[in-house]
Design a protein around this ligand. Structure first.
Ligand code: C2E
Ligand code: CA
Ligand code: CA
Length: 660
């Protein structure tokens, strides 16, 4: 499937509406026209011919009756009789009389009818016995019967009648020579009659057909016009469906269609394709500074610039915001990187004097892969992995990225249920005092005991929660759990040590954070001094005002506040100057790696010195060896947290091991 089925159906519906009724209408009208023509021609043609033949037969009968008192042997009398009725005879061509033995008796023009003996006479006589009158054409090929006054017509004659070329010619367009044989007074009188058919005979029929034709013509024109307008409206709709409103170029749907076609027609993968997602970073900030209209103008210019760079058998379309999809042909990775670099330069030139950065995600299309949306999704996933740094960067998709995305989806699907289901469990890691090597505190660390995935360490879900905001709920939950546990232990009369909880930087967007924390802890009536709040140094890069205020309020309320991971990433001694805190947690990074060890240790001792001067307690994290412990003890570091003493453990185990 290359486009969601419902999407495809909707597009088809939009494009195909209205056209079928017109086509069906046209076909129906044409069928009616043909039916009317055939029946009009057939029926009226038949009527006219039958009328003429009936006239002719009546005339012939009248002639035959003249011979009613015919006297054999008195031929002159016949002449006279015939001559006295010359007016009637004028209507006919010839008359001949035969006696019962079929011997010729008299012929008007001295000739007897040239009737084919073998067929016709025999045939005639048979019919005669049944007293049926027969009419023959001259060549005796067509036979008409008059039966009870009705005429049955041989079909071939009819066809001849209508093989007409000139409609209104005054001359007969066909002539029928008809012999009528009438038995009279022991004789057979045979009358040859000419029946001429003129076009005028068919005039009424012609007028009918003409009117019918005009009517049908009007319908046909109407339907043709409506089909043409339908086709043009379908074209217009297609244009709307496939045009991007921001750039005026191809839109995403067309990109999918063209892209799919290109990939499918790329027989045996002659060309290598790469699906590329290209986005301008901080587009929203650009719109905030310069307005949305300027932003859209920029997208249009980007599109035009990119379009110019496209080669044959490549496609491009605007996706959303300042994002573009490109299906590019490449030869190898280095060539593609160069091409992308060139595209970035072209785009940068659109905004001279302003620094813009682009993030690019690339997926190398494999032979047999046609699902453009899926391929683009892969390119986007690659780009998402880049982060938001201010520089041009390109990421190439690998399967691991996809797995990570799938994992993120799973975590997000399960997290709410997990929280309600108490799948998140508190582990405690002791902090041991250097002076007496006794428990001086602990850190609460979360573990997810998933019903199907089992034990999940925090680094597999905390970063996801930090991205989607769920960390706020989880931290509240952890804080409440610690408050509850401390209250329980207090009630049991145990000696409490401060337990620290992690407060993610995401919390520092809410101005009433201090009040919120107090409210949770106060539900359990635990002394604030027994709950320490660990903030990471990265929180210092966000809204400083909220941070400084919150820290101040928390300290006034009696909560110890510590700075976590000091020294990891961007350390800044500046933050120590600005912010008054109680505890400094030195990151394990200082103690890792042989080559930096000495310098690291030197820095640690300086930092400890400085912190002491600033009246802070020092906790060293990630301590794994006796040497490290000895060194820190020497430097008068206050507490040590690390595997050397203990890994984080479930609350019950902790209570048993360190309970007093
Ligand atoms: P963190 O706050 O810096 O926690 C210390 C981490 O170092 C813990 O990892 C701990 O198990 C580990 N650790 C302690 N001693 C040693 C050692 O001697 N060697 C080594 N290699 N590691 C040591 P963990 O529990 O996997 O937690 C990782 C991170 O997850 C934490 O780093 C913290 O940033 C975050 N996290 C854990 N629980 C929570 C939570 O409830 N809320 C928030 N916001 N973050 C949490
Ligand atoms: Ca911590
Ligand atoms: Ca830490």
């Amino acid at each position: 499937m290359f486009m969601s089925e419902s999407k495809e159906k909707r597009i088809k519906k939009l494009k195909k509406k209205h056209i079928w009724p017109s086509i069906v209408g046209l076909v129906v009208i044409l069928c009616i026209f043909c039916a009317v023509m055939i029946s009009a021609l057939g029926l009226s043609g038949m009527d006219i011919v039958q009328g003429k033949l009936a006239d002719s037969s009546r005339t012939s009968v009248k002639i035959a009756e003249l011979f009613a008192d015919y006297d054999l042997g008195a031929e002159e009398k016949v002449e006279q009789t015939v001559l006295s009725h010359i007016d009637i005879l004028e209507e006919i061509e010839a008359v001949s009389v035969v006696d019962m033995d079929r011997m010729p008796v008299w012929a008007s023009n001295g000739e007897y009818p040239a009737i084919d003996e073998t067929i016709t006479i025999e045939f005639l006589s048979e019919l005669m016995e049944e007293e049926i009158r027969v009419i023959l054409t001259e060549d005796a090929e067509q036979v008409f019967f008059i039966e009870d006054g009705e005429l049955a017509v041989n079909e071939r004659i009819l066809k001849e009648l209508f093989s007409v070329s000139e409609w209104r010619a005054a001359t007969p367009f066909t002539q029928l020579k008809l012999w009528l044989v009438v038995p009279v007074n022991g004789l057979e009188v045979m009358v040859l009659n000419n029946v001429s058919l003129y076009h005028q005979d068919f005039l009424m029929m012609g007028i009918c057909v003409l009117l019918c034709g005009i009517l049908i013509g009007i319908f046909v024109i109407y339907y043709l016009i409506s089909i043409i307008s339908m086709v043009s409206s379908v074209r217009k709709t297609a244009k709307i469906i496939y045009t991007d409103m921001v750039t005026g170029g191809d839109n995403w749907l067309l990109f999918i269609r063209k892209g799919t076609n290109l990939l499918k027609k790329n027989g045996r993968a002659r060309r290598k394709y790469a699906m590329v997602h290209l986005e301008m970073r901080k587009y929203r900030s650009f719109c905030t500074c310069f307005g949305v209209n300027k932003g859209q103008e920029l997208i249009e210019k980007f599109y035009v610039a990119l379009k110019k760079e496209m080669e044959r058998k490549e496609v491009i379309a605007h996706q959303e915001n300042a994002e573009f999809g490109l299906l590019l042909v490449y030869t190898d990775k280095a060539q593609l990187e160069e091409r992308i670099q060139r595209l970035e330069n072209v785009l940068s030139a659109v905004l001279p004097g302003m620094k813009v950065y682009f993030g690019v995600g690339v997926y190398f299309v494999q032979p047999g892969e046609y699902d453009v949306e899926q391929l683009y999704n892969n390119a986007m996933i690659a780009c998402e992995m880049l982060g938001e740094e201010a520089e041009n960067k390109t990421a190439f998709f690998d399967v691991e990225m996809n797995n990570q995305k799938l994992w993120e989806r799973k975590v997000e699907d399960d997290m709410d249920h997990a929280l309600a289901n108490r799948e998140f469990q508190v582990y405690l890691q002791p902090k041991i005092s250097t002076s007496e090597e006794v428990l001086g505190g602990a850190e609460a660390l979360v573990r997810w005991i998933h019903p199907t995935e089992g034990f999940i360490p925090p680094n597999r879900f905390i970063p996801i929660f930090e991205k989607n905001g769920f960390i706020l709920k989880l931290d509240d939950y952890m804080l409440e759990e610690i408050a509850r546990i401390q209250a329980e232990w207090l009630a049991e009369g145990r000696k409490l040590v401060p337990i620290s909880v992690n407060v993610s930087r995401a919390h520092f967007t809410r101005e009433d954070l201090a009040e919120h924390i107090c409210a949770i802890v106060d539900k359990y009536q635990v002394p604030h001094s027994m709950i320490e709040l660990e903030l990471t140094e990265s929180a210092f890069f966000d809204d400083k005002k909220v941070l400084l205020n919150t820290v101040q309020k928390l300290r006034i309320a009696g909560f110890p506040v510590s700075m976590d991971d000091f020294g990891a990433g961007y350390s800044s001694l500046n933050s120590l100057k600005e912010l008054q805190i109680d505890v400094l947690k030195i990151d394990a990074d200082f103690f890792r790696g042989a080559d930096v060890e000495e310098r690291g240790l030197l820095i640690v001792s300086e930092v400890i010195d400085l912190a002491k001067k600033l009246n802070m307690k020092i906790v060293a994290e990630g301590i794994e060896s006796r040497e490290q412990v000895d060194f820190l003890t020497e430097q008068e570091c206050d507490l040590i947290q690390g595997y050397f003493y203990s890994k984080p453990m479930p609350v019950a185990e902790f209570a048993q091991k360190y309970g007093e």
